[in-house]
Design a binder for this molecule. Structure first.
Ligand code: NAD
Length: 254
């Protein structure tokens, strides 16, 4: 962990009341939710073109629900980790205005963040594409296959599958926040899934400082990132927020 970069990041954040965080699967890895792309990850068991497209869902909902049940099992055991709590603290301290997440795991809300923009939906809710009804996920039984809505249609988790549009309100908010923030924290995302991957480029173009947290370098690192903090977000991010809190205290004592 680079102490100097962590302090530098904290000093910049402490000066701003307009920080936005963009999070990806990496922030939830320490909560026990693997990212999908790594070897042995979900995509190696369930090829996305067969299991994670909206066309595959319409063609064979029972088959696609094999993937949803597996994801559901993992998500039901996951709890927020110190990186999620650090972002909740940063919002509470008045520095962070929003989290834009690609994750579907609900962990930012569980950690206490109030302003969360979900680009890819939320797996804790069921959605019926036929009648647009939503209901909480509960009492699902794998052996019953794809759950049915009261209207007779097949329900899916309220997440964005390949071939589906990002919710327009989330897109609008993501773009607006990227153009207006002073600082963007880019945490645990591989810069591969668009349009979410474009947000740091937009923010940079509109003058924001980009602080990236990842265990490895990404396409952002040498293009838009002003500071790259290498390491597990569950260790680096709480340390940054601890120093921000310290700096705030010094400021109020002056
Ligand atoms: P990704 O899998 O493409 O990339 C994850 C990134 O996180 C990688 O760059 C990796 O190096 C980094 N990383 C891994 N562990 C980390 C850690 N402890 N700390 C910091 N960084 C770490 O993820 P993505 O860019 O979010 O795209 C994957 C897509 O799959 C998303 O669109 C998302 O909807 C979905 N997804 C969601 C979840 C979830 O809800 N938790 C999990 C997996 C995938």
């Amino acid at each position: 962990m680079s102490e100097d970069l962590i302090r530098k990041a904290a000093e910049i954040i402490a000066e701003s009341k307009n920080v936005v965080a963009v999070t990806g699967a990496g922030i939830s890895v320490e909560s026990g939710i693997p990212d999908f792309r790594s070897p042995g990850g979900l995509w190696s068991k369930y090829p996305p073109e067969e299991y994670a497209t909206i066309d595959a869902f319409y063609e064979n909902p029972d088959k696609v629900w094999e993937l949803f049940y597996d994801i559901g099992e993992t998500l039901s055991k996951a709890k927020p980790n110190p990186a999620h709590y650090a972002l909740a603290k940063l919002e509470e301290l008045g520095h962070l205005v929003a989290v834009i997440t690609q994750n579907i795991d609900n962990l930012h809300y569980e950690a206490g963040n109030k302003n969360v923009i979900e680009y890819h939906g939320n797996a804790r809710t069921l959605f019926c594409p036929a009648c647009k009804r939503r209901r909480p996920i509960s009492m699902l039984h794998r052996e019953h296959g794809a759950p049915r809505c009261e209207c007779g249609g097949f329900m899916k988790p309220d997440v964005v599958l390949f071939g589906e549009m990002i919710p327009s309100q989330a897109l609008f908010m993501g773009e607006t926040l990227s153009k207006s923030c002073d600082i963007m924290l880019v945490i645990g995302t591989s810069a591969q899934v668009y349009p979410a991957a474009s947000l740091p480029y937009t923010a940079k173009q509109w003058g924001a400082t980009i602080i990236e947290f990842n265990t490895i370098e990404t396409p952002f690192t040498h293009s838009v990132s002003d500071i790259f903090i290498k390491g597990p977000a569950g260790e680096t991010l709480p340390e940054v927020v601890r120093i921000v809190e310290q700096l705030n205290k010094i400021d109020t004592e002056k």
